[in-house]
Write a protein that binds this ligand. Sequence first.
Ligand SMILES: [Zn+2]
Ligand SMILES: [Zn+2]
Length: 156
Amino acid sequence: MPVDLRANPIERIRVSGQRVTALRVAILELLQELGHASADQLILPARERLGSISLQAVYDSLGVLGKAGLIGRIEPAGSPALFELRVADNHHHLVCRSCGGVTDVDCAVGHAPCLAPISDLGYLVEEAEVTYWGVCPVCQTAPLGATGAGSLGPVN
Ligand SMILES: [Zn+2]
Ligand SMILES: [Zn+2]
């Protein structure tokens, strides 16, 4: 069942049966702001809020929140694991090849799995995880080479 994202982070953690800690709350708040973020992207703003926090502590909290079903994890090719608040709603992702930006896009059908394989080979298919690769609107209008690290190669 999708997590009620209207409930505040403290309430969400409490309802999940986990212990409420400042770092766990901060991570949920930061993901609310950032949409999708890696542990590396969370550590600096987490330190700004809470003082000295180790990367391991961030990973530990991400692990607890993930096991509790409060955050999801996606891993687009060539990207570190990204964490997000939207879980269990079968949404998909648009990923920009140029800047690496990740955007949610709702499932086309509204229920899982929204895509059926040509043959399920006897599998009971529960879910389809779709990543659409392309170039985001900002990068489409930016002068060539002006955005991103270019680590993913030239975009045509
Ligand atoms: Zn982009
Ligand atoms: Zn997402």
